[in-house]
Design a protein around this ligand. Structure first.
Ligand code: NI
Length: 151
């Protein structure tokens, strides 16, 4: 595993639609391992592949620094409720702000071996999923921010 550099706002790669993963191979495994290592080093709760300059639909999430999740080709199947989330982003230094997100979501995705699964998330986990999945479509939280917080 090796740590990768996190791309910052202003770089084109953060604004493009990431491509579906079709090869579930060693390169994908290495990418996911590197993303997790980078997320831990940067003290983040989630990281999307475009944030390390790779236009693939792959995301890693760790809501608590102990449990680690990987989502390849994630799709939100349904959502309900609303929550106001206080968000930041490793690609958007020094800005935090409030974003409205669904309270609950249901997601379909694949694991690193291509196996399909669905899962339900709510609260903070749903918040992170929505933020990270937006990265796969070139969307940053500042695009949806309803109120800036802090500095
Ligand atoms: Ni982000």
């Amino acid at each position: 595993m090796s740590r990768r550099i996190v791309v910052k706002i202003g770089e084109d790669v953060l604004r493009k639609r990431a491509k579906e993963v079709t090869e579930f191979d060693g390169r994908l495994a290495e990418l996911l391992d590197d993303m997790t290592e980078t997320m831990i080093f940067e003290d983040g709760v989630g990281l999307a592949a475009p944030q390390v300059g790779v236009l693939k639909r792959a995301v890693v999430i760790s809501p608590n620094g102990k449990d680690f999740y990987e989502f390849v080709n994630p799709v939100i199947l349904g959502h309900s409720g609303k929550q106001i989330c206080n968000e930041g982003c490793l690609s958007v230094p020094d800005i935090r702000g409030e974003v409205e997100r669904p309270k609950k979501i249901e997601v379909a995705a694949q694991d690193r071996n291509g196996r399909k699964f669905t899962f339900k998330a709510e609260g903070f986990f749903a918040n992170i999923c929505c933020h990270e999945f937006d990265h796969l479509n070139g969307i940053l939280f500042v695009d949806k921010m309803i109120r800036k917080k802090g500095k």
